[in-house]
Design a protein around this ligand. Structure first.
Ligand code: BES
Ligand code: ZN
Length: 895
């Protein structure tokens, strides 16, 4: 019997006859059309191409997958055998599963007993692809220089179906018995520990490695790796065997991550009050890897640069990044793996939560990193920037088709998600928050949960109206701008607050302005680090009285920049706050937040950009790395904008003026007693000065670069990026050649990436072209092409145009390289966002209309919106910025 059903999106349904009675059909929802002919031979029917997305029916579900895979590392294929124990809940003549780019050889279903259970057997073959998704090949070079391949997996979000036919949805959990047939000299890893290893009967060079049964889990968390690796190992305080797998000969580079992981596991165990459920956890560095890292249960995969640290050659920011990524992925072992989102709509729960708690964990392991301040410039402000766009989306967004799922791995799910959880944690308090987390994880362990389930647990733990507050943050996009003005009433200060949606294009216009329930804290100069008052703003307008505030005291909203809103002060209030920047009496994260709010108000046309330039000048005494980092980022945005005008040089003068005092204070060499943040600050400031062409910095950078290249004095890892950037930007063809040679010689991926990211700084058109060609060459790992092209686009005015042309000219190759995955969105964003001419928005839109990139659709809309916003900003403020810079030059301000 043939079932003539409509086909699923992107492909067709594959049907074949099942065992009698009743006749049973196996439907594989496939995403491939490559093997159509072969499937026809097997009696499978092709179906129409377009169809709305549908979730799998719930009538048949897996209990256990017994899966054996035999990858061939030389001809890049794999053979698979699946025996799935299934439960049939409702009489049916079909089993619907997912499958993509797999050839089915045989399939059968045999019912067993009367309980509706049975065994589904499928034999299949597939290709170890080179697209960094599903079961794929990753290229590496052995210490002796030989090129070889490992077989590795990346299944999230919807690519387990590329490795074996399965019910590929997060809520369809089952246990897994996995075995791998591999060459006997290769390492074979999977989620669980090895329970058996025996010779493979048909081939003496192979062994069959069998792994212990997993707990019930979602398909996207299954993983296997076959390759050559070394490892370092320890046992965490709570008895878990932790290993870090590295490329052969680099085991030492795994030690830092090993230490972090061994500290992190007991930290989470304590925090959640739930033990880590598996006997082991492996962390492994994979050469070709699309994401930063992936939380597969018990076998976490990482890009090399997110796991490996070389004590001599790794810089401080890499160490910090490794700590954060390890903290993030290990948090998922509980939050995501043990309790899994019911559907991708709740992806933000996974990613937002992990992106918040990774900071808590790093703060625990490395208090000297002052990581929570860095959260504000890395996540909070980034999220606000994106979420102010008309083309943003709510945290909870309905998604169906895989390309829609890919699209939401963005700054809203990650950074806004993390920011609203941080705000919630602050609102609830750590004790009740922890209690609620434990309730949630205990109640839903081995199961699935939705956003409202977390709210319910936190509500029970805290007695606060969590769902009512949080729904305003997760179900509607955007966030409020709180306008505040003050009046002295005898000994008290009366504040009048009002909220309106903050839009990147200016104040919200229109009726029915969305409203939020905003936890607001208020501090005064009496005790800048303590909230004098905490309120929950649940109306459009509110008045509050602060008792005993003298007329000369300042009043500030959003202590610690925790509330997810921007603040606009009346001019009197703002004026009273500004001295607190210069004399540092405002806490660092409040200085940062104030500057960032003002910058975004200027960008939105609510205040003038010149006002912000004046505020930036008040940071002369600033000692804090993160405050500088945020300011530097904003100045970078302004420089890019001004690169469209003929006064780019003047803004470079401004950058030099702002950064010279701190540059002089820091010097080039670390002083005794300096720490992590000093190293980060020095790198940032010297890079900024060097890039802007600060003469003394440029000369010293050239001198040190020469010594480095000649082997006389190797640059410390923390100084390499700023020096490379400086010499390249102000260098010639020889400088670029030397950099490319350093790149070739570099043994560490971190060093290769460091170089790749600065190459775009070169200014000469021929050299820019050379860098772009290099980006697509064999020298650059496929996942890193994006940052090379992005670097060119962000490097200069000419680079911007050249990168866009390059993308258009090489679209097919680029799109094919990532098969539409999320790297294509990153590439597009990095490459077109800097334009500031109206017509470019039209050009970008038109290009992608004829060259569709479904998983990047929203990103493209956001980019076009940003281009128009830039253009409007330039039209509005270019002249006044220019005048201010000229006037400044004529009579420099006295500091
Ligand atoms: N679950 C993700 C990995 C992922 C990302 C899968 C995108 C599919 C698409 C993982 O937990 C993650 O979030 N990784 C981050 C690094 C993290 C430290 C922010 C990444 O890959 O960027
Ligand atoms: Zn994550």
């Amino acid at each position: 019997m043939w079932l003539a059903a409509a086909a699923p999106s992107l492909a067709r349904r594959l049907l074949f006859l099942g065992p009698p009675p009743p006749p049973l059909l196996l439907l594989l929802l496939s995403r491939s059309s490559r093997r159509r002919r072969r499937l026809h031979c097997l009696g499978l029917a092709a179906m129409p191409e377009k169809r709305p997305f549908e979730r799998l029916p719930a009538d048949v579900s897996p209990l256990n997958y017994s899966l054996c895979l035999k990858p061939d590392l030389l001809d890049f294929t794999f053979e698979g055998k699946l025996e799935a124990a299934a439960q049939v809940r409702q009489a049916t003549n079909q089993i619907v599963m997912n499958c993509a780019d797999i050839d089915i050889i045989t399939a059968s279903y045999a019912p067993e007993g009367d309980e509706g259970t049975g065994t589904l057997k499928i034999d299949f073959v597939g290709e170890l692809n080179d697209k960094m998704k599903g079961f794929y090949r990753s290229k590496y070079t052995t210490p002796s220089g030989e090129v070889r391949y490992a077989a590795v997996t990346q299944f999230e979000a919807t690519d387990a179906r590329r490795a074996f036919p399965c019910w590929d949805e997060p809520a369809i959990k089952a246990t897994f018995d996995i075995s791998l047939v591999v060459p006997k000299d290769r390492v074979a890893l999977s989620n669980m520990n090895v329970i058996d290893r025996k010779p493979y009967p048909d081939d003496e060079n192979l062994v069959e490695v069998k792994f212990a049964r997993t707990p019930v889990m979602s398909t996207y968390l299954v993983a296997f790796v076959v390759g050559e690796y070394d490892f370092v190992e320890t046992r965490s305080k709570d008895g878990v065997c932790v290993r870090v797998y590295t490329p052969v000969g680099k085991a030492e580079q795994g030690k830092f991550a090993l230490e972090v992981a061994a500290k992190t596991l007991p930290f989470y165990k304590d925090y959640f009050n739930v033990p880590y459920p598996l006997p082991k956890i492996d962390l492994i560095a994979i050469a070709d890897f699309a994401a930063g890292a992936m939380e597969n249960w018990g076998l976490v995969t990482y890009r090399e640069t997110a796991l490996l640290i070389d004590p001599k050659n790794s810089c401080s920011s890499s160490r910090q990044w490794v700590a954060l990524v390890v903290g993030h992925e290990l948090a998922h072992q509980w939050f995501g793996n043990l309790v899994t989102m019911e559907w991708w709509t709740h992806l933000w729960l996974n990613e937002g939560f992990a992106s918040w708690i990774e900071y808590l964990c790093v703060d625990h392991c490395f208090p000297e990193y002052d990581i929570w301040t860095q959260f504000v410039s890395a996540d909070y402000t980034r999220a606000q920037e994106l979420d102010a766009l008309d083309n943003s989306h709510p945290i909870e967004v309905s998604v169906g088709h895989p390309s829609e799922v890919d699209e939401i791995f963005d700054a809203i799910s990650y950074s806004k998600g993390a920011s609203v959880i941080r705000m919630l944690h602050d609102y609830i308090g750590d004790k009740d928050f922890k209690k609620g987390m434990n309730m949630y994880l205990t109640k839903f362990q081995q199961k699935n949960a939705a956003t409202e389930d977390l709210w319910e647990s936190l509500e029970n733990a805290s007695g606060k109206p969590i769902a009512a507050v949080m729904n305003t943050w997760t179900k509607q996009m955007g966030f409020p701008l709180i306008y505040v003005e003050a009046e002295q009433v005898e000994d008290d200060r009366l504040l009048r607050l009002s909220q309106k949606k903050f839009c990147a294009s200016g104040p919200y216009v229109g009726e029915d302005c969305p409203q939020w329930m905003v936890p607001i804290t208020i501090s005064t100069s009496d005790d800048p680090n303590q909230a004098k008052l905490k309120i929950l703003m649940d109306k459009p307008e509110m008045s509050v009285v602060l008792k005993n505030v003298k007329p000369d005291q300042w009043v500030k909203l959003n202590l610690g920049t925790v509330g997810f809103y921007r603040t606009q002060y009346s001019s009197t209030m703002l004026e009273s706050l500004l001295p607190g920047i210069r004399d540092l009496s405002l806490p660092p994260v409040d200085r940062l937040g104030l500057q960032n709010d003002l910058f975004s108000l200027a960008r939105a046309g609510i205040i003038s950009t010149v006002e912000v330039l004046k505020v930036m000048e008040a940071f002369v005494n600033e000692p804090n790395y993160t405050v500088w980092s945020d300011l530097s980022c904003n100045l970078g945005i302004l420089s890019t904008l001004v690169s469209h005008t003929d006064f780019y040089e003047e803004i470079q003068e401004f950058v030099k003026d702002v950064f010279s005092p701190i540059g002089e204070r820091l010097g080039w060499d670390p002083r005794p007693g300096e720490g992590h943040l000093d190293a980060l600050l020095r790198g940032l400031v010297l890079g900024k000065l060097g890039k802007a062409g600060h003469k003394a910095t440029l000369e010293e950078a050239r001198r040190r670069f020469k010594d480095h290249v000649e082997g006389k004095q190797i640059l410390s890892a923390d100084l390499r990026s700023p020096v490379y950037l400086t010499v390249l930007k102000h260098g010639d063809a020889t400088t670029l050649d030397i950099m490319l040679k350093l790149h070739k010689q570099a043994d560490m991926q971190e060093e290769k990436n460091r170089i790749e990211r600065v190459l775009g700084a070169t200014l000469l058109p021929d050299l820019i072209q050379k860098v772009l060609t290099f980006a697509l060459s064999e020298e650059v790992r496929p996942q890193d092409t994006v940052s090379v092209i992005g670097g060119v686009a962000g490097g200069s005015k000419h680079g911007r145009k050249a990168a866009w042309k390059f993308i258009k000219d090489n679209w097919e190759e680029l799109y094919n390289r990532y098969q539409g995955g999320f790297l294509i969105s990153r590439l597009i964003k990095l490459s077109v966002e800097g334009f500031a001419v109206d017509k470019m928005a039209g050009e970008v839109k038109a290009f992608f209309e004829s060259h569709p990139a479904p998983s990047a659709e929203r990103t493209i809309q956001q980019c076009c919106e940003n281009i128009l916003l830039n253009a409007a900003w330039l039209k509005r403020d270019a002249e006044s910025i220019h005048q201010y810079l000229l006037q400044r030059k004529a009579s420099p301000p006295t500091v």
